[in-house]
Write a protein that binds this ligand. Structure first.
Ligand code: HEC
Length: 142
């Protein structure tokens, strides 16, 4: 995405992002051993495929609470879902201004229209710097 952003600005990067992000995740998952799965989640998701499951939403809410209490978030946390399943979370925070181009108050009209066309129920806007954006989740089943 970085390469596309530099070469053609956010519109080009968007093309790359929306077509590739989800397929990329699926490709990575195919290469992982059986029982291991990786994905991105967010309470305010752009792609409905990134909607958190109930147990994941609880963790995201807890992280949000910690964040608002000025706690420095851990690099990763582990959730024991049941005797056979563990979930590793890496919190994702809006840490670069570039994220706001597509997740902040989008000023580029062309870009905003293109995002709306692809993601009609987009919730992933109006973020500010250092907001909790979501998490990367690695699920490991024994
Ligand atoms: C060029 C536009 C663009 C930029 C810049 C961008 N994103 Fe995104 N982002 C997207 C699109 C499009 C999706 C939906 C991808 C998909 O279909 O899975 C997305 C999805 C996500 C998701 C998955 C959850 C969801 O909402 O579906 C996270 C987390 C995320 N972005 C974080 C970031 C962070 C952090 C940055 C800055 C480092 C960033 N993004 C920069 C366009 C962008």
């Amino acid at each position: 995405m970085k390469k596309n952003m530099k070469a053609g600005g956010p519109m080009k990067a968007l093309d790359f992002c929306s077509q590739e992000a989800y397929t990329l995740t699926q490709k990575v998952n195919k290469k992982l051993p059986k029982g291991v799965n990786v994905k991105r989640i967010s309470m305010k998701y752009r792609n409905p495929a990134n909607k958190p499951e109930a147990d994941e939403a609880v963790v995201l809410e807890a992280l949000k609470q910690l964040k608002s209490a000025n706690v420095i978030l851990p690099k990763q946390i582990v959730q024991k879902v049941d005797g056979n399943t563990y979930k590793y979370y890496k919190p994702l925070v809006i840490h670069k201004k570039v994220c706001l181009k597509c997740h902040g108050d989008i000023t580029d009209v062309e870009l905003r229209r293109a995002i709306e066309a692809r993601y009609p129920i987009d919730k992933a806007i109006h973020y500010k710097m250092s907001d909790l954006r979501g998490a990367i989740v690695v699920t490991i089943k024994k």
